[in-house]
Design a protein. Sequence first.
Length: 128
Amino acid sequence: MNGAKFAAAVNCMDGRVQVPVINFLKKKYGVDYVDMITEPGPNKILAEDRNSAAADSIRKRVEISISKHFSKLIAVVAHYDCAGNPVDKETQIKHLLAAVKTVKSWGFNADVIGLWVDDKWQVHEVIG
């Protein structure tokens, strides 16, 4: 594992989105491993409940990825048909952009990006 490159993904617990996100980050960003930090509807948690126990737990797990695996990239993920945040795509994206802002405010030495996984399980980077 010496010299391995890591990224952290704040992803939904939904099993359908794990592999597409990992593959996207490996291919586009050249990382070897992706630390998966999962919650149901994490974009909503980080957009609306920034000071909640769930948001604090996410932040602590991201911090482990940064401090122990030296991740230089944090991806926040939202997806189609999310049971944890059952709203339309427009609202999901709004939550995603707010969640990215929240993660950036934590001040980690890492880039923060937003990812949308569509109904065909394709991953798209979302620019705010």
